[in-house]
Design a protein around this ligand. Structure first.
Ligand code: ZN
Length: 488
């Protein structure tokens, strides 16, 4: 998949001419379009499409006190071990992952040391003895201004900017509980060992929502109903502790069986609904609740949406119950009251559910899940990406059959009409068969061909990617035809 993405120019290591840089990637024309489309769809679905959620845009570098109060400076770190022979540095939990069953998050340095001893873990490069594990801070540091020692950090998550700007946003938007504040943008984590292409990188984009509510009030049943029947395999804490297999259950069963709160279940459902709208197959999705020791310092309960990538089940999105931890921490440290008035009168610190998506790993899953090599009836094969129209980098391609007889002129005319509404591509090079295959391989759902008949009756063929069916449509009706097919 990595090779395919690089060859097609979707995503590649940054500054390849200098040998790249581990954990940093650049997006080419097609990858950029998919990424933009995923972000736009999220914003449309969750922010502009809802009355109860507003957006904000925070800065990457902020007052370092933010990270002190949030706990990131103290606790946002990974266990590092160094080889006493070759000086290679590795994540202790990654080295242990292959040997030890069960979750390795949340262990102490002593635990890691014990496990390394017990499982006789050696340096994966030279086989040398590993030193004692140490904590390695994941935040990138920088100096601000001309004065040395003015240390600041590149943000490791976007969420904190929502909490520290909470008062101003709530006042200016006159939001009343329950409501959400959403944001997206770049974040930075100095991973010890970035891996699996863009799955774990050092610079990436997040889309995060903080949904605030009165902890004494449940999610209204009307809201919960909208996602109640969504059904995927679920790994609750109990199921994992018993070593059992995932059990398929609908979202409302999570509430009925008291596996989680109603607000948490609602946002698990909405998050699932969103990733499914990107074309991710339900068979490759599951929900997994974090074990007690895995929980982040701010979280009471966290569930991951996991996706079965080619390299195994991995976290695609995390949906955390952060309680009122962040608002309380910032209120205490700043001395500013961050409580809100309730419609019933009185004030309270709202609790918050946080659905958090990594954009790059989502794009990776979307592309990996859509890619297929298909056998054709004539025995040949085709590479095809079955991307939903909403995120296809090219939504429609326009081809003149040959570059003469006035066909390019009509092709250009159609191209100029369609590109106002859709991501449109014009191609007049090579055989039509080859042009179709090129578009199949980058996921273009529709190709329009201008041919001899077009010049007689102003109709074109529209060829559909998945069925390869061809339909004759009048030029005057082609925009409307596509719009109906793509659901507007
Ligand atoms: Zn070594």
């Amino acid at each position: 998949m990595q090779k395919f993405l690089m060859e097609k120019g979707f995503i590649f290591p940054t500054a390849e001419i200098y040998g790249g840089m581990a954990g940093f990637f650049d997006y080419g024309p097609l990858g950029t379009e998919i990424k933009r489309a995923v972000k736009e769809l999220w914003w449309k679905t969750w922010v502009s499409g809802r009355q109860d959620i507003i957006g904000m845009d925070g800065s990457i570098i902020t007052n370092p006190k933010v990270w002190e109060s949030s706990g990131h400076l103290d606790i946002f770190h990974d266990p590092l071990v160094e080889c006493s022979n070759c000086r290679g540095r590795f994540r202790a939990d990654s080295l242990l992952e292959k040997k030890v069953k069960g979750q390795l998050d949340g262990l102490s340095l002593e635990d890691y040391a014990k496990l390394i001893e017990e499982y006789k873990v050696k340096c994966p490069v030279c086989g040398g003895k590993l030193g004692a594990p140490k904590w390695f801070g994941l935040m990138f540091r920088t100096e601000v201004g001309s004065v040395n020692g003015n240390t600041a950090y590149l943000r490791p998550e976007t969420a904190q900017l929502i909490f520290v700007n909470f008062n101003r946003i709530v006042k200016t938007s006159r939001a009343t509980l329950p409501f959400g504040i959403a944001t997206m943008g770049r974040v930075f984590r100095n991973e010890i060992s970035p891996r699996n292409f863009v799955f774990r990188c050092r610079e990436f984009e997040q889309m995060e929502l903080e949904y605030f509510f009165n902890p004494k009030q449940d999610c209204p049943s009307g809201l919960l109903e909208s996602v109640a029947d969504l059904k995927v395999p679920v790994l609750t804490r109990e199921i994992q502790e018993a070593g059992s297999k995932a059990v398929k259950m609908p979202i409302n069963a999570l509430v009925k069986k008291k596996h989680t709160s109603s607000w948490h279940a609602y946002w698990l459902g909405k998050s699932l609904e969103f990733v499914m709208s990107l074309g991710l197959a339900p068979a490759k999705l599951r929900l997994r609740q974090h074990l007690e020791q895995e929980l982040s310092h701010y979280s009471k309960d966290t569930w991951d949406i996991e996706y079965r990538y080619s390299f195994g089940w991995k976290e695609l999105a995390g949906i955390a119950d952060r309680t009122d931890y962040d608002l309380q921490q910032h209120a205490k440290a700043s001395g500013v009251d961050l409580s809100v008035a309730t419609p019933e009168g009185g004030k309270l610190y709202p609790h918050v559910i946080e659905p958090s998506f990594g954009v790059d790993r989502l794009v990776f899953a979307v592309v990996e899940g859509a890619y297929q090599v298909e056998k054709l009836p004539d025995g040949k094969q085709r590479q095809v990406m079955k991307l939903p129209e909403a995120v296809a980098p090219v939504q429609v391609a326009v081809f003149p059959l040959v570059s003469k007889d006035g066909m390019p002129e009509v092709g250009r005319e159609i191209y100029n009409i369609l590109r106002k509404k859709l991501r449109t591509f014009y191609d007049d090079k090579g055989s039509v068969g080859r042009r179709y295959r090129r578009q199949d391989s980058v996921g273009t759902p529709f190709c329009i061909t201008v041919d001899g008949q077009t010049l007689k009756d102003r109709t074109v063929t529209v060829r559909e990617r998945d069925s390869m069916k061809q339909t004759r449509v009048k030029i005057a009706e082609v925009a409307g035809w596509l719009e109906r097919r793509t659901g507007g």
